[in-house]
Design a protein around this ligand. Structure first.
Ligand code: BGC
Length: 245
């Protein structure tokens, strides 16, 4: 089955048609910069442009970098606060003329990694962390998603974990890989103490440079890089829409 997957991020909104059986794009991806400020109406117009670009007339799976329940975006850590309480599924549905399934961006990436990437066939408790502007998290027990975990907002040393250990924090604070690795280790160990995962999968753009920072990470849980990288959100969103709509 083919579904249009759309990944709404803080800097870009990306879309591609996904072959949900193969877990890959059919043709090219389209990326349009996220309007600033990223208000619901402006973002909805971009999503509609992507849907028209693909001449799409079927369900859409769409990620959002916040808590999403029953189509409503409930938080907005790194996007315009106007999204809090917005029925995003209804808004994007109106603009695209298609039914839209909304889900958290890290949950979507996790779905794709568990189905086609580093988590394929892995049972037990798996945590996927996407390291980018924020820290996204998704949690799977025996392959089943527990949505909206928001582990990026655990408080470490009195601060939001993502403010200390996201890839943006690394860039902004000019950390070396070793310094960043130390912060990540502290975060991963804290999460371990809470839920004792069987596997950590590390995603987000920086995961392609895992050889630089994995050697500096100390934790008891097995840790592997994500495999689908920046395609994971789009692919996971499409799979979720194919299965839930
Ligand atoms: C948000 C999460 C999101 C993550 C990655 C966090 O700030 O609270 O919902 O998954 O950033 O975008």
């Amino acid at each position: 089955m083919e579904i249009l997957g759309i990944d709404i991020g803080g800097s870009g909104i990306k879309g591609a048609i996904v072959d949900c059986n193969k877990g890959d794009f059919v043709g090219d991806r389209l990326r349009i910069p996220t309007p600033q400020p990223s208000k619901p109406q402006s973002v909805a117009k971009v999503v509609a442009r992507i849907s028209s670009h693909f001449d799409w007339d079927a369900p859409i799976g769409c990620t959002f970098p916040a808590v999403v329940k029953r189509g409503v975006t409930l938080t907005a850590a790194n996007v315009d606060k106007g999204w809090v309480g917005t029925d995003a599924a209804a808004l994007l549905g109106k603009h695209t003329g298609n039914p839209v399934l909304m889900l958290n961006d890290a949950d979507a990436a996790g779905i794709a990694e568990m189905r086609f990437g580093a988590g394929k066939g892995v049972d037990g408790l798996v945590v996927i962390l996407t390291l980018g502007t924020g820290i996204g998290s998704s949690l799977f027990m025996d392959g089943k998603l527990v949505p909206n975990t928001e582990f990026g907002h655990l408080v470490i040393r009195g601060k939001d974990a993502e403010a200390r250990a996201s890839d943006r924090a690394r860039e902004q604070k000019g950390f070396t890989w070793k310094q960043w690795g130390k912060r990540l280790s502290e975060y991963l160990q804290y999460l371990e103490a809470l839920i004792t995962p069987d596997l950590y999968i590390i995603g987000g753009g920086v995961s392609k440079r895992y050889r630089n920072f994995f050697p500096h990470i100390k934790c008891d849980t097995q840790i592997v890089p994500a495999q689908l990288r920046n395609r994971a959100g789009i692919i996971g969103a499409a799979i979720a829409a194919a299965e839930l709509m």
